[in-house]
Design a protein around this ligand. Sequence first.
Ligand SMILES: [Zn+2]
Length: 332
Amino acid sequence: MMYNAIKSDKAFDLSQFPKGKVSKFWLHIINNGIGEPIRIPMLIARGTEDGPVLGLNAALHGNELNGINVIQKLFREIGEAPQINGTVIGILVANVPGVLLGQRRFNDDFDLNRQAPGSETGIPSSIYVNRLIERVVKHFDYFLDLHTTGFGKENCWHIRADINDSVTRQLAVLQSPEAILHSTPDEQSLRGHASSLGIKSLTLEIKDPMRFQPEVVKDAIAGIHNLMSFIGMTEYVPTCPLDYTWLCKSSQWVRSNEGGILTVFPELMQTVAKGEKIAEVRNIFGEKTKEFFAPENGIVIAKNINPIAQTGSGILNLGTKIEKIPCTMEKL
Ligand SMILES: [Zn+2]
C-alpha cells in the first residue's frame, strides 16, 4: 500500500485503505500531452475506529507552499499507527503542474480555484478540478483548503470562513489564527463548491508564497489538532497559540487608482482609523503623485510589498467591522 499509484479510471474507495495505518500514494488525475500520468501525492491516515473524514488540501495555487509543510508535519505527528477516530486525507500538492512551474495557475493558465465543479469534457483545468472533486473531495466531512497570499504581497495568518454558519465559525475560532475574515465563498472556488455539498469548509491563509515558514506552520498544525479534537477524532486537549483572534465581519482590498511607485505604511495586523494615511504613490523621478487614506476603521490583513504598482493594484486588504474574540474551546 505504500507509494502505490491509483488509476484515474476509478474513484478510490476509502475502505480499501487499511485501518490503523497511514497510506502514501500517488493518485492519477489526468495525462499530460505526451500521454504520461499527472499524479497527485496523497496521505491517508485511517484510525482504528470510525469517525469523520477531514480533508486537507495544499498548493491548489502552485506558488503557495506552506500547506505542504503543514500536511507533512501533521502526518508525522499523527504517526504510523494513527490513534484517531475517522480518517485524515492530505493532498500534499493539488496543482502539480503549477508547483513544478512555480506559478499560481494550472498549466493551461486558468486558476484551479475558479473552476469548480469543473466538467468531464471541459478545458484541462476544468477536467482536473472535476476529477479532484469527484475522486477525493466528495469523501470529506470537513475541509481545510491551505493557501497563502500571492507574489508581491504579504499576509497575516488568517482564515476565510462563512461565520454565519455556527459550526464553521467555531472551527475557524479553534484554528486560533491572527484574524478571521467572514466570507461567503464563490461557488467556483473549491471551498465554495465543497460547502454546497454540505462539507464544513475553511480556507486557511498561511502567510506568504514560495516558502516554508516554520512558526506559522506550527500554529496552523496546533489549530488543526484543536479542530480534530472538536469533531471527535482525538482526545487531544485543545491549546490556543494566540489568546485572541480579530474577527472581521467584512473586508475589502483598497486599490490604487494611480500607477507608479507604491509605498504602503501600516504593518500587518496594525489597526488603522478612517482617514488615516495608508499609502502614497510617486512617479519614477521620486515625485509624490497621490496619497491614499483608510476608507474605514479596520485592521491590515494583507498588504502590497511590490513597489511597482500599475493603476488598479491592491494597496492593502482591510478587515473591517472588527471585534477581538477569545480563543474558546467550548463545544457547541
Ligand atoms: Zn491561494
